[in-house]
Design a protein around this ligand. Structure first.
Ligand SMILES: NC(=O)c1ccc[n+]([C@@H]2O[C@H](COP(=O)([O-])OP(=O)(O)OC[C@H]3O[C@@H](n4cnc5c(N)ncnc54)[C@H](OP(=O)(O)O)[C@@H]3O)[C@@H](O)[C@H]2O)c1
Length: 241
């Protein structure tokens, strides 16, 4: 049976480490050509090499999602090199933490710029490629804080709630064009970000980045007639819902 990701072009933002790296590796191993994007060149180069060592193909492209011009340049390269985009995983995100009473508005701006505006701009650019081809899948990586509140995570929580609004509207608007839009909302995942968010947390037993990558592969394995709007994935032992 042929692999459904063979010859597909996938862009993963924030793919230099953590969850994005695992998603990039999973997509590359499953047969897609993966465009690995983030700011740190050495990290994206390493992930692209890891994909190729695993038998896949990848290109590394540096991008700072706070720059509309850099995002446009990234998508122009994809347009010129491949002429299409089948999968966009909006994974890149930052976390800045602290109680709302003391939270600096500049930090809120920074969070919003990357987590919301950057994702929004990538979605807009992806639509320009996916709408003419009448196909494509966009997967946004939100968080459990996209629907719950957590102390000391107010600014980050606000951006992930905004991402849910973006996803819900985009799913509606993109559907008539043959494009599926889903959101994955993970609980704590064992990456450097969780160390900043929850220094108090015992990290043993946390979700691993590969758990999120497997969820992405599951979404991409759906039949043509199926769509999943949202997946909430948490570590076993944490509170359901
Ligand atoms: N870890 C968790 O517990 C958890 C739980 C739920 C959801 N999430 C979400 O999952 C996603 C990945 O998180 P992670 O834990 O894997 O974080 P991470 O290890 O810190 O990785 C974040 C990735 O995003 C990239 N990035 C950050 N700022 C960027 C910018 N301005 N432009 C382009 N790329 C940028 C980083 O690369 P550069 O710094 O090199 O640019 C890096 O590759 C985030 O959206 C996060 O909110 C994480």
């Amino acid at each position: 049976m042929s692999n459904p990701l063979t010859d597909k072009i996938a862009l993963v933002t924030g793919a230099g480490r953590g969850i994005g790296r695992a998603i990039g590796l999973a997509l590359g191993t499953a047969g897609a050509h993966v465009v690995v994007a983030a700011r740190t060149q050495v990290e994206i180069d390493t992930v692209a090499q890891e994909i190729e060592q695993a038998g896949g193909t990848a290109s590394a492209w540096p991008v700072d999602l706070s720059s509309e011009a850099e995002i446009a340049a990234l998508f122009n390269v994809i347009r010129q090199k491949f002429g299409r985009l089948d999968v966009l995983v909006n994974n890149a995100g930052i976390g800045l933490f602290g109680p709302l009473a003391e939270f600096a508005s500049a930090d809120l701006d920074r969070l919003y710029t990357i987590n919301v505006r950057g994702t929004f701009l990538c979605c807009q650019q992806a639509l320009k490629l996916m709408m003419p081809q009448a196909s494509g899948t966009i997967i946004n990586i939100s968080s459990v804080v996209g629907f719950k509140g957590y102390a000391r995570q107010g600014g980050y929580t606000m951006t992930k709630h905004a991402l849910m609004g973006l996803t819900k509207t985009l799913a509606l608007e993109a559907q008539p064009h043959g494009i599926r839009v889903s959101v994955i909302s993970p609980g704590g995942v064992d990456t450097s970000m969780i160390g900043d968010a929850r220094p108090d947390l015992d990290r043993s037993g946390l979700l691993q980045p590969e758990d999120i990558a497997q969820t992405v592969l599951f979404l991409l394995s759906l039949s043509e007639q199926a769509a999943i709007d949202e997946i909430y994935i948490r570590r076993r032992g944490s509170a359901p819902f």
